[in-house]
Design a protein around this ligand. Structure first.
Ligand code: RIB
Ligand code: CA
Length: 345
């Protein structure tokens, strides 16, 4: 295992495109996936943990730890349960109604405790990091720097920052999937799903000045996967290839009904992980953001009118993407993850 590999923590609400993002990371030789924190959104948080554990096993990495994050939005009084529209998009189980060969579930440890420790270690001195590195596997996984990529609501990050405010100074740039700055939303006319699921959490993160890179619908609707790609995965003649092809075809079916103009399914979460690994894939506007919390615009991300002229800009909002280069990377990396995983039938 190369010591030069970048460390990455995913924060997934594991539905179909989160599963594709997981495969993208596992097929990226320059990346060490340290852990996954399960969130809610496409499914309930516990289902996201079960899906993640099952996918990691299917993809040949059962050793990667999965933690359980928040199960509801900051203002919610009950655990999140996905509404019917979301169940239709990602399937009843979040994985396009495809059954893995085995469901894996062991009670995960607390994801918020894990994030406080893992993200906090980013501010440590090199000496402290070396001591950790010398003291075994668990500490090794917590060494800095680490890329943290949430592809669900920002509840876990906001909760951790409220619990440990010193982390705001220590965090390196967080690349997240969410928002729609210059295009319509996908839940309401103005709001994208991940931000809409917890607008207060996103507003806390932006308000604290955390350095972020936003991969929103502005760019994710420019990167589209078609059935030609899923056909290639099926041709691998492995159970994992067939699972990913069937799961993604379910997602493409729904996109054909809801967004026929796209000509396939949007690769939201895979683009977020790709841009975290290689920021040159996207072109960004530097700005400061806030989130509308009231009325019909609830969940809309806007440039903060009170901080437009600030010299310091906290967020890079992706507005352009090199779609052909990203799609090449996607095919190579997900293809590699599927080939590494699967034995023939
Ligand atoms: O709006 C798209 C986002 O919402 C993606 O992250 C998808 O997985 C869902 O969480
Ligand atoms: Ca997601």
């Amino acid at each position: 295992m190369s010591e030069d590999r970048k460390r990455l923590i995913l924060d997934l609400d594991t539905g179909v495109d989160d599963a594709l993002a997981l495969a993208y990371v596992l097929g990226s030789p320059e990346i060490e996936l340290v852990a996954v924190v399960a969130s809610y959104g496409n499914v309930a948080a516990k289902t996201a943990a079960r899906n993640t554990l099952s996918l990691l096993t299917m993809l040949g990495h059962p050793e990667i730890p999965v933690y359980l994050g928040a199960d509801r939005a900051l203002s919610a009084t009950r655990p999140f349960s996905p509404p019917s529209g979301v169940v239709r998009i990602h399937g009843k189980n979040g994985l396009g109604n495809q059954r893995p060969e085995a469901w894996c579930y062991t009670k995960p440890k607390d994801g918020l405790d894990f994030l406080v420790e893992a993200l906090g270690s980013q501010g440590q001195s090199r000496g402290a990091r070396k001591d950790e590195a010398d003291s075994g596997q668990e500490s090794r996984a917590l060494r800095a720097p680490v890329l943290y990529v949430p592809t669900g609501p920002l509840t876990n990050l906001a909760t951790v920052l409220v619990r440990a405010p010193e982390l705001v100074r220590e965090l390196s740039q967080v690349t997240f999937m969410g928002g729609a700055l210059a295009v319509p939303g996908n839940v309401t006319a103005l709001a994208e799903a991940n931000i809409h699921n917890d607008p207060e959490a996103a507003d806390v993160v932006f308000g604290l000045g955390v350095p972020t890179r936003m991969i929103g619908l502005d760019v994710t609707h420019q990167v589209v996967l078609t059935r030609d790609d899923t056909a290639h995965w099926r041709e691998l003649d492995t159970s994992t290839g067939a699972f990913f092809a069937d799961m993604t075809d379910h997602y493409i079916n729904i996109y054909e009904q809801n967004n026929p103009h796209l000509g396939g399914c949007a690769l939201h979460d895979p683009l977020a992980v790709a841009a975290a690994i290689d920021p040159t894939l996207v072109g960004c506007l530097s700005t400061n953001l806030r989130v509308e919390l009231d009325g019909p615009a609830r969940g809309r991300v806007v440039c903060d009118p009170d901080h437009l002229r600030d010299d310091k800009k906290n967020t890079e909002v992706a507005l352009t993407v090199d779609a052909p280069r990203f799609l090449d990377e996607f095919r190579t990396r997900v293809g590699r993850a599927l080939r590494q995983a699967g034995e023939p039938f």
